[in-house]
Ligand binder design. Structure first.
Ligand code: FAD
Length: 473
């Protein structure tokens, strides 16, 4: 028997046959890339049900020289869970570790296993009349372990921060098979290095997160959602400043969209819905959430919008008066990725710049792209409240998708170059995975890159966990 076959036989022995999947058909639900860009070729898919089983998987795979790729919901967009042919690897899927271990309404904490979906964590918090304020388009499928390992952002970052900001403690299986139980629930703990931050956003390259203790918040008693037409991105940023001045921390979401969100939905999704009377070039979907019921939030939002209208930075606006109307307004924003899929040739960018530089990014990026490929259709949109723009670029109507995608490297170099000049990041919330590792190595500060490599070598000297991801080999 080969080392691999004997390791898989021992794993089957220890975990049971249902937890060790081999063969193309059994592995198909796990061995794919969400964006369909790369093929994934794991030797097996392991599905442990408890932390000790994860530790057993890691130890036995290490003995057999098999790399281990942690996997949650597999909704990552940068190929982080792809098993490439160069290195024999197994996927370690945490989906069976889906217990909510504890919800403490007094302490405002929740402890859950890594395989819980984000939606399940939100629901458990809600059942205790609390809020877990991480919200993304993939929340029904992505897992707690996945969002922490990618330091996911989403629509509420402007108010509550990224995943990293919401964590109090972690339980992690290390590359040497030991379990670190750091599941603390403290808001204050200054006892040395804060090691959890090494594993948050590490994309499974330093350890396997098996459980986390996270912060909960009071549930907003009042939510105000509005859809505002603005003449340009400069005006949107002006509106954000006015809203924050009027309502402070209550601004929970601030999404910028081009007119394409409405025209594209009509053209590609057969959804004809325009909430405002006259077409405008840009829109903002904004939300305010507050602790106490009453009119204060609505008044603050109305005041900011009215001032902006006088200043000419808001053209028109409407509030969602019902839950159904709120859902319709959010559907405009959530339709944008789907419209992109229908365009048949899109180059995606997930970038961030300081909020005040978003208008420059959009103006410079759009002009440069149009000069590079006439007729190209950029449609930058996203979480403008925290500086994160999905600067997506659709093919010209007359250019076949494959011809456009053949120029993806040029398009990306141009967009990322402008982002760098504006002091931004080429990966705001999706991570690095395997696909952006070379760019990270080429652009990171050399001292920072050296520290990253040293940390990886110290924790994982044999490059066992998710090799080739984040840091190139
Ligand atoms: P996976 O895709 O399974 O894994 C992602 C990475 O984390 C991989 O490198 C994997 O090895 C590692 N990993 C997974 N679980 C563990 C673990 N337990 N321990 C250690 N490493 C682990 N992202 C945002 O930030 N904001 C958004 O608004 C957003 N919207 C999205 C909308 C859609 C429709 C989709 C498909 C994706 C979106 N994403 C967004 C991408 C986002 O990265 C993922 O949805 C989510 O963070 C990944 O969770 P997952 O469980 O699917 O992880």
């Amino acid at each position: 028997m080969t080392d691999t076959a004997s390791a898989l036989a021992r794993l089957t022995d220890r975990l049971g046959p249902a937890a060790v999947l081999t063969g193309a058909e059994a592995m198909a639900p796990y061995a794919f890339d969400w964006r369909g860009i790369e093929e994934s070729h794991p030797l097996a898919v392991l599905r442990p049900a408890a932390t000790e089983q994860v530790a057993t998987c890691v130890a036995l795979c290490a003995d057999a020289g098999l790399a281990v790729i942690p996997q949650g919901g597999n909704t990552g967009l940068v190929g982080g869970t792809v098993a490439r042919r160069e290195r024999p690897a197994v996927l370690l899927n945490l989906g069976r570790m889906d217990r909510i271990r504890d919800v403490d309404a007094l302490d405002f904490t929740l402890v859950a296993e890594a395989g819980c979906t984000l939606a399940a964590v939100q629901t458990a918090a809600e059942a205790a009349d609390r809020l877990f304020p991480l919200s993304l388009g993939s929340e029904g499928t992505c897992t707690l372990g996945g969002v922490l390992s990618t330091n996911a952002g989403g629509i509420l970052t402007v108010r509550y921060g990224n995943a990293r900001d919401l964590v109090l403690g972690l339980e992690v299986v290390l590359p040497d098979g030991r379990v670190w139980n750091g599941l603390r629930r403290l808001r204050k703990d200054n006892t040395g290095y804060d090691l959890k931050h090494l594993f948050l956003g590490a994309e499974g390259t330093l350890g396997i997160v098996t459980a986390a203790s996270v912060k909960l918040f009071p549930r907003p008693r009042q939510v105000e959602t509005a859809f505002a037409a603005v003449p340009d991105p400069d005006a949107a940023i002006d509106l954000l400043a006015r809203l924050r001045a009027a309502a402070g921390e209550a601004v929970t979401a601030f999404e910028l969209m081009p007119r394409f969100a409405i025209d594209g939905a009509a053209a590609f999704l057969d959804r004809r819905f325009d909430p405002l009377a006259a077409p405008a070039p840009w829109y903002v979907l904004l939300e305010l959430g507050g602790g106490m019921p009453g009119r204060a939030l609505r008044e603050a939002a109305e005041e900011a919008l009215a001032e902006a209208a006088v200043a000419g930075t808001v053209l028109d606006a409407t509030f969602a008066e019902t839950g159904e109307r709120r859902r319709q307004l959010w559907a405009i924003r959530e339709g944008l990725p789907e419209i992109g899929r229908k365009l048949g040739g899109v180059v995606h960018h997930d970038v961030s710049v300081p909020v005040s530089r978003i208008p420059a990014l959009i103006a410079r990026g759009t002009a440069a792209l149009e000069a590079l490929i006439p007729g190209v259709r950029p449609y930058p949109f996203g979480h403008a409240g925290d500086g994160n723009i999905h600067f997506n670029v659709g093919r010209p109507e007359t250019m076949p998708g494959k011809d456009f995608l053949a120029r993806a490297t040029e398009v990306t170099a141009l967009v990322h170059g402008i982002v760098r000049e504006l002091g931004g990041s080429f990966s705001a919330e999706h991570g690095i995975g395997g696909r952006k590792a070379a760019e990270l190595a080429a652009t990171k500060d050399p001292v920072e890159l050296d520290l990253m490599r040293r940390i990886k070598r110290t924790l994982d000297p044999d490059d066992l966990l998710n090799p080739g991801k984040v840091l190139p080999p």
